[in-house]
Design a binder for this molecule. Structure first.
Ligand SMILES: Nc1ncnc2c1ncn2[C@@H]1O[C@H](COP(=O)(O)OP(=O)(O)OP(=O)(O)O)[C@@H](O)[C@H]1O
Ligand SMILES: [Mg+2]
Ligand SMILES: [Mg+2]
Length: 688
């Protein structure tokens, strides 16, 4: 399977709707009012749709009109995305090594504050926007930011210059405080508009940025509020992604409705390894966790990862892969995940070659991930994401960097611990074999589905449509099949000749069974699905009659068939619909007098009665094929004259198993002896 979607571990960002990329900045020159052209007076076929209908949204208006484009909707997930944007900006300051501490606080009124001790958003007048501070520009102009050039930030989660302005647009209250260059500055906004110009509050030695905001009920609906548990998880997950940061969490007790703590501090010196350890707890894993962190030499960029494998899955998922780029969660994965999978596949295959494990060649990414729990975090320059909510990483670099940087550590990890490497390789190979088996099963099912109602070519079906009163004769060999076709009653009797010995079902694997053409044809003719989905109603005939030669081979084939029915559709036997034909072994003739004998004993009996004192000509049938059609009809097939033996099950399941084992088990010589001893009636024991 494609690794099943893991329940979000730390981020709580499930089922992402896909937001589109943010729109280009509106063109300020074209104001809607200015563009108001005179509307055509008379109604026209275009219904007044003219230049005046084309609006250009100003400033942050597009965000309020179409929030879905920027935050993926207005639901709870979108609401919490506001926090992600503000936290991402603080985290970018930390990753750029300008901030060490981030505090997050949700107050009693539902106002959320995020503060960092970084450089502070610049407050000096912006050269291109006279009369406005850089802070006001950042807060009110889409596509304004310090992360485009890579000068102020190397590997940032922010890249569009959109995030915090969107938060501003969608908040009824938003206050920014900046501590910078010896002063404290403050500016307040509502629904994206400044309430007053930026103010210098007074001197201060502090550094950093504080954003306090409250989501606008006009956008998110009355009563929409941050969920402490969700904020808590998001904050904690951030801390795992950068060891150089400490995140402190506080929350007003009255907002908490579950077990979320009112205070907590997150700092994880072991990063993702800590995160994975917390996630798996005491769970049994195939190998110890493989984790590490590698930075690119001489260039910006790094990869950190932690992965382990669990034979029983992780809670409610078989596997999970959680990925991040520049500390931004990417629930839809992307190139970094692809690179991670590719690295694992190549590493394991190489190790397989090294240790002469030939089966390793069949390993694919799917197998490696099938039972994996993995966390991957990559830091790259100028990442490309899908949309503003950044659910998926699309930079080709993601794959290249991850693959290249993980390769060596993986090779070392494998070769340094051959014991655990072998265990892991064996486990992954099993996944590959499982996958191949499932695929085969599917193909067989598909083939069966397309053949639906198509009957096997060699079946001579009867003409009656309903099952009532019909019989299917399973006949040994084509020549006997030919005689049987001539001898039958076309309306009610169908003939299916089986070639050679069918498979020994008692010892065959399910795979082999499915491959067996003879058995497949039989199943098709019967119109049923063997196994747990068997439905007796689908059986196309009222009776099924096994008709084999009266010799050791014939007995063996009959025994195999009965075992097959018993194993794959016992209901047919339980309902008394499986029969044995009893073709004669001898023909006795004295002048016009002629009789058939089923067996030795029957012959003796006839000799002693009907043919008493007569000179008898005795013929022995070597096989059904030797009989003339008329003889076969008269002795074995004609419902008015023939005798059928109904196959029944011995009373106890144990007895059946014992018999099946003796007849069909792996010990060929035991079977052979048993059949020889019992000749054709090896089968009649099951019968009565
Ligand atoms: N906490 C902060 N500390 C310092 N600068 C900040 C902070 N928050 C925002 N900024 C500045 O404001 C700019 C705009 O932020 P915004 O979130 O709108 O866009 P971005 O982070 O550049 O990109 P994205 O739209 O991808 O988030 C940032 O590029 C950065 O220069
Ligand atoms: Mg941002
Ligand atoms: Mg901006």
């Amino acid at each position: 399977m494609p690794a099943s979607v893991a329940p979000s571990l730390f981020d709580d960002m499930p089922e992402p709707p896909k937001p589109a990329a943010p729109a280009p900045a509106p063109e300020p020159a074209l104001k809607p009012q200015a563009a108001a052209a005179p509307a055509p007076a008379a109604p026209t076929p275009t219904g007044g749709y003219s230049a005046s209908s084309i609006e250009v949204l100003e400033g942050l208006e597009p965000v309020r009109k179409r929030p879905g484009m920027y935050i993926g909707g207005t639901d709870e997930r979108a609401l919490h995305h506001l926090f992600a944007e503000v936290l991402d900006n603080a985290m970018d300051e930390a990753v750029a090594k300008h901030a060490k501490l981030i505090t997050v606080d949700l107050d009693a009124d539902g106002v959320l504050s995020v503060r960092d001790d970084g450089r502070g958003i610049p407050v000096d007048p912006h050269p291109k926007h006279p009369g406005k501070s850089a802070l006001e520009v950042v807060m009110t102009v889409l596509h304004s930011g310090g992360k485009f050039s890579g000068k102020a930030y190397e590997t940032s989660g922010g890249l569009h210059g959109v995030g915090v302005s969107v938060v501003n647009a969608l908040s009824d209250v938003l206050d920014v405080t900046v501590w910078r260059d010896g002063f404290e500055w403050k500016q307040s906004f509502s629904r994206g508009l400044p309430l007053a110009p930026i103010q210098q509050v007074g001197p201060s030695k502090k550094r950093g940025t504080l954003i306090r905001f409250h989501p606008d009920a006009e956008i998110f609906g009355v009563g929409a509020a941050f969920k402490p548990a969700r904020l808590f998880r998001m904050a904690r997950s951030k801390a795992y992604l950068f060891r150089g940061v400490e995140i402190r969490w506080t929350c007003a007790a009255e907002r908490i409705t579950d077990h979320t703590p009112t205070e907590a501090t997150f700092h994880f010196p072991n990063g993702l390894a800590d995160a994975l350890a917390e996630r798996i707890g005491e769970m049994e894993t195939v190998t110890p966790t493989f984790s590490g962190r590698v930075e690119r030499k001489g260039e910006a960029g790094a990869v950190e990862w932690a992965v382990t494998w669990s034979p029983i899955g992780f809670g409610d998922a078989d596997s999970f892969v959680q990925s991040y780029c520049n500390t931004v969660s990417t629930p839809d994965g992307g190139t970094h995940e692809a690179g991670f999978r590719a690295a694992l596949v190549k590493g394991l295959k190489t190790y397989g070659e090294l240790t002469n494990e030939k089966r390793a060649v069949q390993i694919t990414a799917e197998d490696v991930i099938a039972n994996a729990g993995a966390l991957i975090s990559v830091f790259i320059r100028n990442p490309e994401f899908q949309g503003q909510t950044k659910d998926r990483l699309s930079s080709p670099d993601g794959q290249k960097i991850v693959e290249a940087l993980i390769r060596d550590p993986l090779d070392h990890w494998l070769t340094e611990n051959p014991k655990q490497a072998n265990v892991l390789l064996g486990f992954i190979i099993e996944r590959a074999e499982d996958r191949l088996r499932r695929r085969k099963d599917k193909e067989v099912q598909r083939a069966a589905a397309t053949r639906k109602l198509r009957l096997p070519g060699k079946l001579a079906d009867c003409s009656r449509q309903s099952a009532d009163g019909t019989e299917l004769f399973i006949v040994e060999g084509d020549s006997a099949g030919g005689s049987a076709k001539q001898a039958r009653d076309r309306a009610t009797q169908a003939i299916l000749p089986l070639r050679g010995k069918i498979l020994n079902v008692a010892s065959a694997t399910a795979d082999k069974l499915r491959q067996n053409i003879e058995l497949n044809d039989l199943i098709l003719a019967l119109g049923v699905t063997p196994g747990p989905r068997f439905d007796i109603e689908a059986l196309r005939y009222e009776r099924i009659v096994i008709m084999t030669d009266a010799d050791v081979d014939g007995a063996h084939i009959a025994a195999l068939l009965i075992t097959f029915f018993y194993r794959s559709m016992p209901e047919v036997i339980r309902q008394g619909r499986l029969f044995m034909a009893l073709p004669p072994l001898y023909r006795l003739q004295a002048g016009p007098l002629s009789e058939y004998a089923r067996d030795e004993a029957h012959r003796e009996e006839l000799m002693a009665t009907v043919f008493k004192g007569k000179k008898v000509e005795l013929g022995r049938f070597k096989g059904l094929g030797e009989m003339m059609a008329s003889q076969l009809k008269e002795t074995t097939m004609d419902p008015k004259k023939r005798t059928l033996a109904r196959v029944t099950l011995p009373a106890s399941e144990e007895d059946i198993e014992d018999l099946v084992e003796r007849l069909m088990g792996k010990k060929a010589d035991a079977r052979f002896r048993f059949i020889q001893d019992n000749a054709r009636f090896a089968v009649a024991e099951l019968d009565v």
